[in-house]
Structure formats: structure tokens, C-alpha cells
Design a protein around this ligand. Structure first.
Ligand code: ADP
Ligand code: MG
Length: 717
């Protein structure tokens, strides 16, 4: 067996693959020998389970072992089609088998020889028939494979072409040289497996694993191989995350002193909940740690749990220590909202606060820049404009980012760079399932506000379809007549418009329901509610225009606000009591939960209506889950199970998701939790020992990561 092929060998170098076939393979994402081996079967026919013919039911797909009864005959019909008719039998009955346009088969099947046939058996008038079954000759003493792999195909490829190409690579490539998993990791994994029920104790090497997954002899082999490849995927993924994180080993963050915050608490119209108190203490402890270790903390909590005041306290502590604080929000609207809330509260306590967004006028910008450089401005709130070159801080001590999952990791790091080593507090309103936060925020300590402030009302939730439109309009009218205000959210129509609507999501078994565009819909609503004030806001409007509309809505000057998801992230309009989401099936569950959290913030009884004509079971199940659950974490877990992790992952600049890096072939972050944890530990250990992946045994891994991260549009830094 010559070892002339490597994983990087182009598939056109393989026998039987020319330009045409290479194009067909390219459609499957297969360009080189390695891709081919990682093209795993999508299913396995269980041909090993041979049935007696008499037990096959009408229409059943199964394997039967039959002996050829007589010479096959070719019959030409309609002048051009050739049917090959074969009669075969087992101990229990006879079967008529027909093949189309394969006249050569007449000479393949020999009287008295046995074959294993696999396909659909039909029973007609007491006759047993099979049409174009798959078959393999049976040679006594030579076992036939139990499982028969079925590969995803593209036009121009057959199962046989794919199988032959894979077999050829298997036979001519030294697979052990191509393994991305370093030996140390395989050993580690096998050790861990010994004391876990859910993990196999021994990890097959790449060669065995490939053999097992493409041509398993039994379930045990198949499972061992699957587990290995799932682990491998998760390991590479974890490795990428581990390496893209900055090590937080430095010790030069400001050491703050304890501050008497009595006046802060007195300025609040309410008392902190026990959960808020606990989080506040954790933050305070970080800020005053004498080693000067920078705080790297995630403040997580369900929508409405009161993260903002906890962040305000952190800002207060920082400012009272003569350090500046920066709060960065993902949208201008949200930055303004924070500014209004915080400058009111902290302003009364004498904190000098400024708002800096894309829509800040040039003259004012210059004055803010000067104020920050001099140290006169103590708290600055803004969007990513905060990390432009022009912004220089006098003494930056704490950076708070809100809704950080919408920022790129690099943006976060850039802001931290501004203050060299500063304390960092990250607020996340999207509840992240614990399993994922371990992976995504492995570098952050977590403080969780796990209870809502007392007296919060439940938002009554309804899921309706178009047939309720009339009644829904009546409901809107009733709500406004009672003095309330209404949000109506539509998914954005153009992919570039709103970064959060996931257009990659397809309701698999139906065409997408027609989308409502915010602008057209606003016009329609204005006709339907001529006496009401209807306006809209969407992602493409200028920042200043968005802020104007939101301010008008907050002031009660707009009755119905139509929007894309820009309102999702944290605006607070206590008078709004009805939230309607159109084409609700297009949103992630956590997004919908966030949207629902926009109402029920004041005293008014509040309602949320999800409008959807989607008919698939998954879509219905998802919306039903929202109706039944009010807990964001629970909902996030459900969403993760039903939709996969895309919605929870950090975005890179521009808002596009790192889907590329997360397109798992086999792994499922929910089901494979044990493997994920093991992979994560292994990755941490490798990243700790060889952060540059300079060791020869990490060369493959390094190359693969570079590749993966380029696809995902992010580079390792
Ligand atoms: P989120 O965690 O979603 O950012 P917010 O910080 O916007 O939540 O808080 C939601 C609302 O709850 C705000 O109006 C805030 O003033 C109020 N709130 C926060 N903490 C408490 C508390 N301990 N008791 C009562 N109301 C609170
Ligand atoms: Mg908030």
C-alpha cells in the first residue's frame, strides 16, 4: 500500500475524478482528499438484519437473502426501455425482482447463487416484488457488512463514486499523520473516559475511526467513531475559542478602595433584590482586589432583572475612586436610554456624565473628547464610537459593555486597550445557557441576577395566526383607548438591514410566510387606525432619526410603533402594554423573549401576541414554549435544543455570525455536553502549554484552525 496521498491532495488527482466530477464534489464542499474522508454518511442502511421474505410487510424496506431461481430475462418495452426480470427465493417464498435499463445484469445473476438484496418489498396479489434493489453477492464464509453507508450526494455523483473515492484515499493515505488530535489529547480523553459513563474509554486513532464511520462492522464501532469525531469537532472549536481569548494574567489594573455607597442606595426608588446585592458585592470585591487583577466579569440576568442599576453602582464606585468609567451599548437608542437613566440617577450624586454616539454633533464631540482627556467627564456612555482613535481617557478604570454578544470580541478588546489594563464588566441580556457560557465566557467570572424585582407582572402571551387579524386590530384599539401604547415588530425584509434576524433559519417543510415590511405595514396601519399616531423605526434609519422616534414613543407621542428588532435591546417604556410580533417564527426564542420583556414594565396589565402562519411542528413547538415559559434561561435552553447555538454566539464586526466556525457536522451542543466539557478541558490544556501551537504535533491543528477562522471571517490574534 503506497502512501502517496495526503489530506491536502486535490481530488482531481484521484482515479476516476475529472473536472466534471470535481465540480459535483465541490458543491458538497469537497476539494481535497481530507474533505472527502470527512464527508460522513448521512445514514446507514442496516443490511445485516436479513429477514425471511414471508415476514416482510407490504412496502417495508429490508434486507433479504435470496437464491437466483432461473436465468434472468431482458424484456424491451416501449421500444427503448429494457427490463431485467429476476426470479429469486428463500426458504419462505419467491420474489420477482425488476431492474431498469441495466441489461448487463442478465449475465451477473447466476442460477443457484445467493445475493443479499436490500430495498422495498411490495406484495401484490399474493406476489412478492422488489424493484431495483441494491444487492451484494453472498460468498459462504465471507461476512457481508452489517451497515451500508449512505452519503449526501450532489448532481452527477452516485453512492458508488463517493464510496470508491473514499476507499481509495483510505488505502493510499497515512491517516495517522493527518490526525488533528495531538497524542496528548487522545490520552487525556481516554483517561477521562474511564470514569464517565457517557464517554467511551478508548478513543480510536484516525485510521480506525475513519474505517469505523465509513464502514462500521457493528454499532459499537459506529459509536466509537462518532464520539471521536464529535469530540474532535468540539475540540477544534474550543481550541479556537481558547486561543482567541486574551490571557488575563496581568496585574496592573487599578486597585480601588472601598466606598460608602449609602447615598447611592438612598437615591434609588427601590431596594436592591438579594440577587442584585450579591452581584454588587462580587463586583466590589473585584474592584478592590489588592493584587490589581483586572475584573473580567459577566453580569447576566433575565430581561428586566435589573442589571442596569448594578452597573450604575459599579460606575459609582469607580468614579468615587477618581477613575473614569465607559459604558458601551450596541445601538444609539440603547446608549441614549442608559444615558437618560444613569445621568438622572448619578447626576444627582454629582457624577459628570456624557453621551457620545454617531449622532453627536461635531462641536459637542470635541468638547466630550476634551472632557474625557482632562478627566472632567467621569462617566461616558456611547456606542462603538467610544473606541475610535480620537477618544483618549485621562484615567479609565472600568469598562462596562451592555449586550456584549452583539459586539465582536475584538471590539471589546479594543476598548479595554484604551485603558491599558482596566476592569471589565459585561452585561448580557440574552440568557446564555450555562453550558454555552462555560465555553463562550470561559475567561469571565459570572455574576447572575437570578430573580426579578418584586411585583413584576406576568405578560400574558398568545400565539395566533392570520385569521385573528380582525380581533387583533380590535385589541390594539382597546389598548390605546385605555391609554396604553403598542409595539409591533416585523422581521426585516432585507438581510443586511437587521443583523439579528437570522435569515439562515428556514422553516423546513414550507415556503416562508410572506414577510411584513415595516414601512409598508406602517402605512397600512395608519389607514386602519386613522385617529391614532403610527410611526416606525428600523435599522436603516439614521441614528438621529431613530433616536427621535424612540424619544417620541417614550414620551407617549406615538401610539403604535412599528419596528424591526432595533427595540429589542433594552429600551424601557413603562407605558407600553401590548407587544405584537409579526412572522414570529422568524425570530429566535430568546429574541422573542427579549421583545416580550419590553412590555409589562409599568403598572399596566400587559400582553404579548406572536402572529405566525408557520405550519411546521418545530415552529409551533417553539412559539408554544414561549407561551408556557417566562424564564429566559429555560427558554434559551429550549431554543438551543430546537435551533442550535447560532443565536448565542458572539458576533464579529459587522454583526455577521460566526456560523462558519460553528457548522458542526456531527456535534450537538446540547446532546454532547459531556464531550463538550471534555473537549473544552483538553483545549484549555493544549492552549496553556503551547499557546502558539508551535510544537510539531500541533501543526495539523494549527493549520486547521487558521482555515476555520478564515472561513468564519475572524483571524486569530
Ligand atoms: P435589565 O436587566 O433588563 O437591563 P433593567 O436594568 O432595565 O433590566 O431594569 C428593569 C426595570 O426594573 C427598570 O425600570 C429598573 O428601574 C427596575 N428595577 C431594577 N432593580 C429593581 C429593584 N430592585 N426593585 C424594583 N425595580 C427595580
Ligand atoms: Mg438592560
Amino acid at each position: 500500500m503506497g502512501s502517496t496521498i495526503t489530506f491536502d491532495t486535490k481530488i482531481t488527482a484521484l482515479p476516476g475524478i475529472g473536472v466534471k466530477r470535481a465540480e459535483a464534489f465541490a458543491k458538497l464542499g469537497i476539494f481535497c482528499a481530507g474533505d472527502l474522508l470527512y464527508h460522513f454518511p448521512r445514514a446507514y442502511q442496516h443490511r445485516g438484519k436479513v429477514k425471511p421474505l414471508c415476514e416482510a410487510e407490504d412496502g417495508e424496506v429490508c434486507a433479504v437473502m435470496l437464491t437466483i431461481a432461473k436465468e434472468p430475462v431482458n424484456v424491451t418495452v416501449k421500444g427503448r426501455m429494457t427490463l431485467t426480470k429476476v426470479v429469486a427465493f428463500d426458504e419462505t417464498r419467491r420474489c420477482q425482482i425488476t431492474f431498469f435499463n441495466q441489461s448487463y445484469l442478465k449475465d451477473v445473476f447466476r442460477i443457484g447463487a445467493a445475493y443479499r438484496f436490500y430495498g422495498k418489498v411490495t406484495l401484490k396479489n399474493g406476489q412478492c416484488e422488489m424493484v431495483s434493489p441494491a444487492f451484494e453477492p453472498y460468498i459462504p464464509g465471507v461476512p457481508l457488512p452489517e451497515f451500508f453507508p449512505v452519503y449526501p450526494l450532489s448532481e452527477g455523483l452516485t453512492q458508488k463514486t463517493v464510496k470508491d473515492a473514499i476507499r481509495f484515499v483510505m488505502d493510499h493515505c497515512d491517516l495517522e499523520k493527518e490526525d488533528v488530535l495531538p497524542d496528548s489529547v487522545r490520552r487525556l480523553y481516554s483517561q477521562q473516559g474511564e470514569d464517565s459513563d457517557n464517554m467511551p474509554g478508548n478513543m480510536p486513532g484516525l485510521h480506525d475511526a475513519m474505517r469505523f464511520i465509513h464502514d462500521p462492522a457493528d454499532y459499537a464501532q459506529l459509536n466509537a467513531a462518532r464520539n471521536r469525531f464529535i469530540f474532535e469537532e468540539l475540540f477544534v472549536f474550543s481550541m479556537g475559542l481558547s486561543l482567541s481569548r486574551k490571557p488575563v494574567q496581568r496585574r496592573d489594573a487599578p486597585v480601588m478602595h472601598q466606598v460608602d455607597a449609602t447615598v447611592f442606595y438612598q437615591a434609588l426608588p427601590f431596594a436592591f433584590t438579594p440577587a442584585q446585592q450579591r452581584c454588587a458585592q462580587q463586583i466590589e470585591k473585584d474592584l478592590i482586589n489588592e493584587e490589581g487583577t483586572p475584573m473580567a466579569r459577566l453580569l447576566s440576568g433575565d430581561v428586566g432583572s435589573g442589571k442596569t442599576v448594578v452597573a450604575a453602582l459599579a460606575a459609582y464606585l469607580c468614579v468615587k475612586n477618581d477613575y473614569q468609567c465607559a459604558l458601551m451599548a450596541p445601538t444609539g437608542i440603547l446608549a441614549r436610554q442608559h444615558y437618560e437613566d444613569l445621568s438622572d440617577l448619578l447626576g444627582r450624586l454629582g457624577v459628570e456624565t456624557a453621551l457620545l454616539t454617531g449622532s453627536t454633533k461635531a462641536a459637542e464631540k470635541r468638547s466630550i473628547y476634551a472632557g474625557l482627556a482632562e478627566g472632567r467627564i467621569q462617566l461616558v456612555i456611547g456606542t462603538h464610537a467610544l473606541i475610535t482613535e480620537a477618544v483618549q481617557f485621562h484615567r479609565l478604570g472600568l469598562v462596562i459593555t451592555d449586550e456584549q454578544h452583539r459586539f465582536g470580541v475584538r471590539q471589546r478588546a479594543a476598548l479595554a486597550e484604551k485603558g491599558k489594563e482596566v476592569h471589565m464588566l459585561v452585561m448580557s441580556a440574552t440568557p446564555i445557557p450555562r453550558t454555552l457560557s462555560l465555553i463562550l465566557y470561559g475567561d469571565l467570572q459570572i455574576s447572575e441576577i437570578d430573580e426579578l424585582p418584586p411585583g413584576r407582572q406576568q405578560v400574558d402571551t398568545f400565539v395566533v395566526n392570520e385569521s385573528y387579524r380582525q380581533r387583533l386590530n380590535g385589541f390594539i384599539e382597546k389598548c390605546i383607548a385605555g391609554g396604553g401604547q403598542v409595539y409591533i415588530v416585523c422581521p426585516s425584509v432585507e438581510p443586511s438591514e437587521e443583523e439579528l434576524v437570522d435569515l439562515s433559519y428556514k422553516d423546513t417543510d414550507e415556503a416562508l410566510p410572506k414577510l411584513k415590511s415595516a414601512v409598508a405595514y406602517t402605512e397600512q396601519l395608519q389607514r386602519e387606525f386613522p385617529d391614532r399616531r403610527v410611526d416606525f423605526v428600523h435599522g436603516k434609519l439614521k441614528e438621529a432619526q431613530k433616536e427621535r422616534v424612540m424619544t417620541a414613543f417614550a414620551a407617549g407621542d406615538i401610539d403604535i410603533l412599528v419596528s424591526t428588532t432595533v427595540i429589542e435591546v433594552g429600551v424601557n417604556v413603562p407605558n407600553a402594554s401590548l407587544m405584537i410580533v409579526e412572522n414570529a417564527e422568524r425570530f429566535g426564542l430568546s429574541q422573542l423573549h427579549q421583545l416580550r420583556g419590553r412590555v409589562g414594565r409599568g403598572k399596566r396589565k400587559s400582553y404579548c401576541v406572536f402572529v405566525s402562519d408557520a405550519k411546521s411542528d418545530t415552529a409551533k413547538k417553539r412559539l408554544q414554549a414561549l407561551k408556557e415559559n417566562q424564564n429566559g434561561y429555560k427558554i434559551a435552553e429550549i431554543d438551543l435544543t430546537l435551533r442550535g447555538p447560532g443565536d448565542f454566539l458572539p458576533t464579529r464586526e459587522g454583526g455577521a455570525k460566526q456560523h462558519g466556525a460553528l457548522h458542526f457536522k456531527l456535534a450537538n451542543l446540547c446532546d454532547d455536553l459531556d464531550l463538550l466539557k471534555a473537549a473544552f478541558r483538553a483545549a484549555e490544556s493544549v492552549a496553556g502549554e503551547d499557546p502558539l501551537l508551535a510544537a510539531p504535533e500541533h501543526a495539523r491543528l494549527k493549520a486547521q484552525l487558521a482555515n476555520l477562522w478564515t472561513q468564519a471571517g475572524t483571524t486569530l490574534n
